[in-house]
Design a protein around this ligand. Sequence first.
Ligand code: DO4
Ligand code: MG
Length: 285
Amino acid sequence: MKLCRFAISDNSTRIGISIDSETVIDLTDAQITSLGQILEQTDPMSFLKQLDLSALPKIDLASVKLLPPVDRQEVWAAGVTYFRSKTARMEESDFSATAYDKVYDAPRPEIFFKSVPEKVVGPNTDVGIRKDATWNVPEPELALMINRSGSIVGYTIGNDMSSRDIEGENLLYLPQAKVYDKSCALGPWIVLGVTEAQVREWEISIRIDRNEKTEFSGSTSIDQIKRQFSDLAEYLYRSQSFPDGAILLTGTGVVPDDSFTLEEGDQIHISISGIGSLSNRVCRV
Ligand code: DO4
Ligand code: MG
């Protein structure tokens, strides 16, 4: 089952369930107005199944604006979880190579803060590249939806936009390479009721178009993520509580060649086979 947040013409924010590629069921009349009301249920799938969905309004998907699937959850990100991410970052910086090499094999994963909920951008809006950066890339990532008890209850698509020149200059600049306006995109759907084993069979792919021509494309298997999802969630929740739950990006496994940098106007399309596609245009911020 797929959940979304969306707005209709009066700009009110609603929660919906996708039943097919053309329609969304509006859950407002079932008094559901936040994702948290579903994600914090002991069993979100059973909770949704006991609603009388046939009595709820169905809306044409083409007439709604899909919003980022986040209400009050902080967004965090894991790094260097794929071998490809480790090698790309070791090439990017002699200064930091040892740190990336070590963290890939260490029991404790790299986890960093990515975004407050209100700064996350949704599908079909702009993502940003910093005006003081010269080497910018998108990072296509699986995102875990985690409830307040630390259980993974769903999955969505994330883009951990990154400035590689800033990150490569000095590891201590990582927060500036990762956290700035429009640097985090999420959406469009949260998929519920799937296991980690099922998710590991999914593919993640990215296509970047410039002037209507594909400038870069690549893909990998989610199964290439080195760490168990539950292990990543457990580290995030160690000595830290999230009363509204959290979203954790799981790292990138698709990195363009070093000659590639994003330009204003590029269109980024990230797809995960079990979820759908997240598309954004690039702007300078
Ligand atoms: O330490 C650098 C960031 C790593 C990252 O964001 C990733 O591997 O996806
Ligand atoms: Mg990343």
